[in-house]
Ligand binder design. Structure first.
Ligand code: SAH
Length: 502
């Protein structure tokens, strides 16, 4: 018998997932999610876990609540570890209670992991404390989903108007005018501060602060829609004093990350924390090459290499994966061999596998390695260069010219991804386009189609280093910013400096 965890995903910022929630996602066999409100957590789900979308998928209706309940029961009966991931808190307008009751009835063991609810978090990210000494000593959270003009409405706006303190309305955007009118009719002052926060805690957060009377028009003028939290009460007037989100260095800037999905999350999270609206536009993906005669020969004879050159984190991960499959690990490598890493991230990845590189050239490009090796006697030396299938020839040619006997082994390849037209349009309207490798530049320009680089949009192009920049220029893509240190943190630093100057 499996088990089910009802897990709150938090309001949108992935940093607001609980530690327990993250643990459960990392161990889940299957995750049942509503795409809206949970997509940001996909990177935390164990790779290989099955995803079941209970929300609306394109061209298909959402599962009904009864179908969702049944799905949870069936999956658990298959003996699976099931995580039911729900936006915000599972018990705040999340129907988590119904799912728990269905599980209890079916005799399935379950656990509930509360989440940070948008009703508190979205105001907080807008600088609105839901309670504040001497301003509001209570807050009430209601759904605005019900029609305030209809009889039989379960929400009594007349009573709510008289409850002192802050009123937080979820799902109320579609009926905002009716709600405001009903509250004013019930006695709430028309000039009481009120705010709406859309996409709270996410990089797309937008908000307006007005009064109860003017909020519906202000929201319409600003084009705010669902999902949004409406806050009514004097605390909404504190947004100007308590607000903090708009002060971040990349606030209001849209930044495109073109890295492979599996590698994008670190950069995306850093950008989002700095206030950027991040558009993940993975244009490539990394596909391991699990078997080839070269790989078999390399793993069998790895101890014979006197020098091993690793050019990327992917290369390191794949090398050790292949070694492990054959019962090997760091100890399979000759301890006296020289291990060379291009770039600090590659060096770190090696160290994580227990291999301290003997050489990390100052310039993180093939030419940097050749320079660093100049003067050494490589004549007849067996050298392994482990890397991507489509890598540049300079390094291997250079080593051979120095007399080395080089085995070049492809451990992975980069394949094209096909982002949606919608994401591509969002990218064209971005402030920055970031590129961490030549392969991503090439594929991005490919995706632009007939317009070529000229149709890349208005974004400033940020490149990780000279090789990536050269590829961009070859394809007529102007490079505005090049990182001085050719690492992802270096790229971020260069982008920040540019944004501060612009
Ligand atoms: N269980 C969720 C609420 C689900 S009801 C929670 O605890 O947050 C869905 C409603 O929540 C939306 O219509 C909207 O009113 C609100 N909501 C969810 N995420 C939001 C966000 N990031 N920003 C603003 N409102 C959000």
């Amino acid at each position: 018998m499996g088990r089910v965890a009802l897990v709150g995903a938090g309001p949108g910022d992935p940093g607001l997932l609980t530690v327990r929630g993250r643990e459960l996602l990392a161990g889940a066999d299957v995750v049942v999610l509503d795409r809206l409100g949970t997509a940001q957590l996909l990177p935390y789900i164990r790779s290989g876990a099955r995803l079941v979308d209970a929300g609306k998928a394109p061209g298909r209706q959402a599962l009904t609540q009864a179908e969702t309940n049944r799905t949870l029961v069936e999956l658990a009966r298959e003996g699976l570890n099931v995580v039911r991931l729900k936006g915000g808190d599972p018990f705040v307008f999340g129907r988590g209670g119904e799912e728990a009751m269905a599980l209890r009835e079916a005799g399935i063991p379950y656990e509930v992991v509360p989440g940070i609810t948008s009703s508190i978090a979205a105001p907080a990210y807008a600088g609105i404390p839901v309670t504040h000494r001497a301003v509001a000593t209570s807050f009430t959270v209601v759904t605005g989903h019900e029609d305030p003009t209809k009889d039989g409405d379960q929400t009594d706006w007349g009573i709510l108007a008289k409850v002192p303190g802050t009123l937080v309305v979820l799902m109320g955007m579609g009926r905002l005018r009716g709600i405001a009118d009903a509250l004013i009719a019930g006695g709430r002052p028309a000039d009481q501060p009120a705010a709406a926060v859309q996409w709270g805690t996410t990089p797309r957060q937008r908000q307006v602060v007005a009064t109860l009377e003017t909020l519906p028009d202000a929201v319409a003028d600003a084009g705010l829609g669902n999902p949004a939290v409406v806050v009514i009460g004097d605390v909404a007037g504190l947004a100007g004093q308590v607000g903090w989100l708009g002060d971040r260095p990349l606030s209001g800037r849209r930044v495109v990350v073109t890295r492979a999905r599996a590698q994008a999350s670190g950069l995306s999270a850093d950008l989002a924390r700095l206030g950027a609206e991040v558009v993940e536009l993975p244009v490539i993906r990394i596909a391991p090459i699990a078997g080839s005669p070269e790989i078999d020969a390399m793993t069998a004879g790895i101890r014979d290499y006197r020098m091993l050159v690793l050019t990327s984190v992917n290369g390191v991960e794949q090398l050790f994966a292949r070694l492990r499959e054959r019962g090997g690990d760091a100890r399979s490598i000759d301890p006296d061999a020289l291990v060379v890493a291009i770039g600090p991230a590659t060096a770190e990845a090696l160290e994580a596998h227990g291999v301290v590189p003997g050489l990390v050239p100052e310039r993180f490009v093939a030419e940097g390695i050749l320079e660093a090796l100049a003067g050494r006697d490589l004549a007849g030396m067996p050298v392994l260069v482990a890397r991507a299938r489509e890598a540049r020839a300079e390094l291997v040619d250079g080593l051979r010219a120095m007399g080395a006997r080089v085995d070049e082994v492809a451990l992975y390849e980069t394949l094209a991804e096909a982002p949606s037209a919608e994401d591509l349009d969002r990218a064209r309207d971005a402030d920055y386009l970031t590129f961490t490798a030549s392969s991503t530049v090439r594929r991005f320009v490919d995706l632009l189609g007939d317009g070529g680089a000229a149709s890349a949009g208005r974004g400033r192009v940020v490149s990780i280093g000279p090789i990536t920049s050269a590829t961009a220029r070859e394809l007529d893509l102007e490079v505005h910013v090049e990182a001085a240190e050719h690492t992802v943190p270096g790229l971020l630093e260069a982008l920040l400096a540019d944004a501060a100057g612009a």
